[in-house]
Write a protein that binds this ligand. Structure first.
Ligand SMILES: [Zn+2]
Length: 351
């Protein structure tokens, strides 16, 4: 099996890859960064640049990105190569133009600028206050009709925006001539990860037509490609990946003790190494994208990328539709977890 790894070198910033496994000190733009070793945990003995790393204690020899992945996951060269090129589970390792593009970017993925986040926080706080007042009654009613308990609504920090707000772009730290449109009446969904506001998604109670396009979801520009509810992910614990935030919240409500429920927001969202690495560390990942062709196609990316992913198709269109129809969401999750476990064991046995 021929595997040419040299092309990877120019594509992957080892500093960004490593930052998923340890917290790096030094300026974010510094050539060489350092931090606790992700393996031996020793303080500041781990050093990393764009193309090499070493740990003074447990890996004194410099290694490249493939060696880093081998070292972290204790896997062989081929598996590490597959991990980095999103070719997991693909039959052929020969390089061809038909292989999916690597999800690894040379630029680091960071949350929006602090100025944007401050405005996002202020708007989310305002909307949350509205939801629990008289004015928010229709928003709260809408969320309850979708099956959410008040506890879930509060835990997720969901809010209600009663009417259209046109905000100045400079209030969000954005150099842009068009005003920022915060439409209402709508449900406001904050994306808070590691204490940062990555995104604000606004779900209109009634879809709105603007020009030829119909809008159901809209959010202020300047957001970053996050993973909704990523804070719930834990290594050695299963996860479930959905498209919609409300689907992830549905699962969290019924089976949050069994599985970490995270959402990509759109079919092609969250395809960044930061999130891929966090998901790859979970025991298994159920890919519960919508039961329709677009969802099936988008799910394939995650099945190809993650070594621990299994498709788990919702019985209705999506997990929230299942809850609304009165299906037992918890039993569906339990079945998914045991069926994925069996599949993983079979794969290990056959290797
Ligand atoms: Zn070490």
């Amino acid at each position: 099996m021929r595997t040419d790894s040299s092309f990877l070198k120019g594509q992957i910033d080892l500093r960004e890859l490593a930052s998923n496994y340890t917290s790096l000190g030094g300026r974010a733009s510094a050539q060489e960064r350092y931090g606790p070793c992700p393996q031996c945990k020793g303080k500041d003995r781990f050093h990393v640049t764009i193309d090499w790393f070493f740990c003074r204690q447990c890996h004194p020899k410099r290694g490249d990105c493939i060696e880093f992945v081998q070292w972290i996951y204790a896997i062989d060269f081929q598996s590490a190569f597959k991990f980095l090129t999103n070719q997991n589970k693909m039959a052929s390792l020969s390089l061809s133009s038909e292989l999916p593009k690597s999800a690894y970017h040379s630029t680091a993925l960071t949350p929006p600028i602090p100025f944007w986040q401050a405005r996002a926080r202020a708007f989310a706080d305002y909307a949350q206050k509205q939801l629990w007042q008289l004015e928010g009654k229709s928003g709260l009613y809408y969320l309850k009709c979708r099956g959410f308990t008040e506890e879930t609504i509060q835990m997720a920090g969901l809010g209600y925006n009663p009417r259209d707000i046109s905000d100045m772009p400079k209030s969000w730290g954005i150099a842009k001539s068009d005003n920022i449109w915060l439409p209402g009446p709508s449900i406001v969904i904050p994306w808070l990860v590691d204490g940062n506001y990555w995104r604000i998604n606004i779900r209109l109670l009634q879809p709105r037509n603007i020009g030829k396009k119909q809008y159901r979801y809209i959010g202020p520009a300047g957001w970053a490609n996050g993973l909704y509810n990523a804070d719930t992910l834990r290594a050695n614990r299963p996860a479930i990946l959905t498209e919609g935030e409300l689907d992830a919240l549905t699962i969290a409500q019924y089976a949050g003790d069994l599985v970490a429920a995270v959402a990509t927001g759109t079919t092609e969202g969250s395809r960044r190494d930061k999130w891929i690495a966090r998901l790859a560390a979970c025991t298994l990942v159920l890919v519960a994208f919508d039961s329709e062709p677009a969802g099936d196609r988008a799910a394939q990316f995650w099945l190809n990328t993650l070594p621990n992913a299994t498709r788990w198709r919702p019985l209705w269109k999506d997990p929230n539709a299942m809850a609304q129809a009165g299906a037992d969401v918890r039993a569906w999750i339990e079945a998914g977890l045991s069926s994925a476990q069996v599949a993983i064991e079979r794969e290990i046995f056959e290797l």
